[in-house]
Design a protein around this ligand. Structure first.
Ligand SMILES: [Zn+2]
Length: 153
């Protein structure tokens, strides 16, 4: 554990964090940010949650896109794209179900076939229709068999 220093003292000394030993609202006994008095561990968990969310992923993609347009980012991104690490990641993606679907969609789009999205939408609709049709067939068969088995008068 870090040495105890209250917020005012940390502010006076220009420190970004302080530590009192008191628990936060969620029970962490750790440092807090001098600027906001927020718990560092809570912030870490909250950031991780955000980065896993669709909005967080989109923000990450956008930040990477902007970075890759700076001179340094262009060079680093280019070097990364040439690396074995990137090659392996690309291979893993292409072998994954998502990668397979993406490739299938790409090929489908070029040949005018329905995409995975459309197929999924259809499969969500058809089970009901098939069930209804089957029920109709079953009841039609039932009616026919009853007619056939009806005792002659
Ligand atoms: Zn906390």
């Amino acid at each position: 554990m870090p040495r105890k220093i209250n917020r005012a003292a940390a502010k006076a000394r220009g420190l970004s964090r302080y530590f009192t030993g008191k628990l936060c609202a969620r029970g962490h006994r750790g440092e807090r940010f001098t600027l906001t008095a927020n718990c560092v561990e809570c912030k870490r968990l909250s950031d991780a949650r955000y980065q896993r969310s669709p909005k967080g992923r989109e923000a990450q993609r956008e930040a990477q896109r902007r970075y890759s347009q700076t001179p340094l980012g262009r060079e680093r991104t280019g070097r990364y794209n040439q690396s074995w690490k990137r090659q392996e990641a690309r291979q893993r993606y292409e072998d994954s179900p998502k990668g397979q679907n993406t490739r299938a969609d790409y090929q489908a789009a070029r040949s005018g076939l329905p995409s995975t999205e459309e197929l999924l939408a259809r499969s969500r609709m058809t089970p009901l229709r098939i069930e209804r049709r089957r029920r109709d067939v079953r009841s039609a068969e039932l009616v026919a068999s009853r007619r056939a088995n009806r005792p002659a008068r």
